[in-house]
Structure formats: structure tokens, C-alpha cells
Design a protein around this ligand. Structure first.
Ligand SMILES: NC(=O)C1=CN([C@@H]2O[C@H](COP(=O)(O)OP(=O)(O)OC[C@H]3O[C@@H](n4cnc5c(N)ncnc54)[C@H](O)[C@@H]3O)[C@@H](O)[C@H]2O)C=CC1
Ligand SMILES: O=C(O)[C@@H]1CCC=N1
Length: 270
């Protein structure tokens, strides 16, 4: 067994993580074989020097990968996993980034195997991801250490104690960039409504979110304290926050959204 990796699916998430691993030189391109039916996406990984095939049937008979990364849609798991049964119930670790898909579902196809569930997010593409991890008891310390080394190239990593917490992480940080991008859209539209052209409106919105996120990370103050520092008594921020915080409107809306995402993750796992 070498540290060979098979990456199944080189779409948004699979490719983002692969780029991080290669860029940080934790993996050499020759250690990775990608299975991806879309030709343009195979070309993209081949440009990095990785081998790429269009289906599992084209994988060499003698491959004994340390890890198979499953970066395919949860709805496709039951169709695709049988192609990887031959690597199951052995030393190969399955690492799934799919929302919802449980370890039991994966082992239902592979037999009892080391399985790690990772919930990344798209900022992983620039090394600023947030990743949740849960591993079953069959994963060796050696493989877990290697996987942690890979994952930190994508961003911050948190290990959870219970598998269902991955569904909750999915709803917060997995889907979270979607909420933040929507807030950028909303702030851009609002900037246009008060008189700015599209380009300026977008810059005002993006830089405000970026600067605020950086300050929240770097400051020793809590977000509550940072919010208070912006809010002059009877000033402009107070006028806006009176709208967003009336009856805890924003918190209730975000909690409803997160609960819907968590429930959908649970549903996808059935
Ligand atoms: N996009 C996101 O923000 C996040 C996605 N995820 C998870 O990552 C997984 C992939 O999602 P995305 O990358 O967004 O989707 P995507 O559609 O960009 O990527 C999936 C890839 O799988 C490929 N594929 C289809 N059939 C295949 C097969 N038989 N063998 C190998 N590859 C095959 C597709 O051609 C596609 O490139 C999903 O399970 C999702 O839940 C997790 C966290 C965040
Ligand atoms: O929307 C989804 O289902 C995936 C999982 C987390 C982010 N994107």
C-alpha cells in the first residue's frame, strides 16, 4: 500500500481539494488517479500531471490505493459505489465529502471498511475552507494523520465525535458560503437601490464582508462587541439594525435556513 489516492469526481469540490493538496506538495501528481466522466474536467486534472480515466472500469487491476476520495453527488452514491466494491473490506480508506451519505450506506456497498466523512466548503479552493471530519473506528491512526495533513491545506479542520454532527456542519459551514454569497448579492442590490452602479455596488458589498470577516477573525473582541463598536447611539447602524434585529428577525431566519439545510442532509442520507 502506497499513499496512492483515487479521486472519484473532479467537479467543484473534488477539484478544489485536489488543487490544495498538489499546491501544498503534500501529494505528488503521480500519486493521484482521477475518475471523472467529463472530458474537460479530466483535461484540467491532467494539466496538473495526474492520471485521469473516465470510469472505474479503466482503473488498473493492481491498484491498492490508501484512500479513495468520493466527491460525487449523494444521489449518485448507490449507482457508483458498487464499482469500488473490490477495494472494500480491506485496507483502503473511503473518504466521502458527500452531504448526507452515511458511513452505513458506504459500508453497505463496500463491506466493513475504514470510512471518513469530511464536510468541506468551496473556500477550500483558496485554502480558506472550513472542514468537519468524522472517522469510523476502522480508520488507522496513520491514515488519519495523513488525511489531516491533506485537509489542513484546504483550511481549518474540526473533528466531531458523532456522525450526525456532520449533517449539522453541512448546514453551517458546508452550505454557509451560499448564505454569505447571497448576503453579498442582497447588499449589492441594496447599494444599487441607493444609487450606485453595479461595479461599485459589488465592490462596496464584497469588501465590506471581506473586511468584517477578517476583523472578526483577527480581533480579540466578540462579534457582539464588534457590532456595538459600529453602532453609534441613535446613528445610522442603529437605524439599520433596528430593522434586521426586530423580534430577532435575522437570527430566526438564519436558524430556519440552517435547520432546513440540516433536515435536507438527513433526508439525502435516507
Ligand atoms: N459544492 C459544494 O459547496 C460542496 C459540495 N459537497 C459535496 O461534494 C460532492 C460533489 O459536489 P460538487 O463538487 O459540488 O458537484 P459537481 O457536480 O461539481 O461534481 C461531481 C462530479 O462527479 C462527476 N461524476 C459523475 N458521475 C461520476 C462517476 N460515475 N465517476 C466519477 N465521477 C463522476 C461529475 O462529472 C462531476 O464532475 C457532493 O456530494 C456534495 O454534497 C460538500 C461540501 C461543499
Ligand atoms: O448543497 C449541497 O447539497 C452541497 C453540500 C454542502 C454544500 N453544497
Amino acid at each position: 500500500m502506497s499513499n496512492e489516492i483515487i479521486l472519484v469526481g473532479a467537479g467543484h469540490m473534488g477539484y478544489a481539494m485536489l488543487e490544495g493538496w498538489l499546491g501544498a506538495e503534500i501529494l505528488k501528481p503521480e500519486q493521484v488517479v482521477v475518475v471523472e466522466p467529463a472530458e474537460a474536467l479530466r483535461d484540467r486534472v491532467e494539466e496538473h500531471g495526474c492520471a485521469a480515466v473516465s470510469s472505474a472500469a479503466d482503473l488498473g487491476d493492481d491498484l491498492k490505493p490508501q484512500i479513495i476520495v468520493l466527491a460525487i453527488k449523494p444521489q449518485m452514491m448507490n449507482d457508483i459505489l458498487p464499482d469500488y466494491k473490490r477495494f472494500g473490506a480491506a485496507e483502503t480508506t473511503f473518504l466521502s465529502v458527500a452531504a448526507g451519505t452515511s458511513i452505513a450506506t458506504i459500508e453497505g456497498h463496500t463491506g466493513p471498511s475504514p470510512v471518513i466523512r469530511v464536510m468541506p466548503n468551496t473556500p477550500s479552493a483558496i485554502g480558506e475552507g472550513m472542514l468537519g471530519v468524522f472517522a469510523n473506528e476502522r480508520v488507522s491512526d496513520e491514515t488519519m494523520q495523513f488525511v489531516d495533513q491533506l485537509l489542513v491545506t484546504s483550511g481549518d479542520v474540526v473533528h466531531v465525535e458523532r456522525e450526525e454532527q456532520i449533517d449539522a456542519i453541512t448546514a453551517i459551514s458546508g452550505s454557509g458560503p451560499g448564505y454569505v454569497f447571497h448576503f453579498i448579492e442582497a447588499l449589492t442590490e441594496a447599494a444599487k437601490a441607493v444609487g450606485f452602479e453595479e461595479d461599485t455596488a459589488l465592490l462596496l458589498a464584497k469588501q465590506t464582508i471581506y473586511g468584517s470577516a477578517c476583523l472578526a477573525m483577527e480581533s480579540e473582541n466578540s462579534p457582539t462587541e464588534l457590532r456595538k463598536q459600529v453602532t453609534s447611539p441613535n446613528g445610522t447602524t442603529a437605524a439599520a439594525l433596528a430593522v434586521l434585529m426586530e423580534g430577532d428577525a435575522m437570527t430566526k431566519l438564519v436558524t430556519r435556513a440552517v435547520t432546513a439545510a440540516r433536515d435536507r442532509a438527513v433526508e439525502l442520507g435516507k
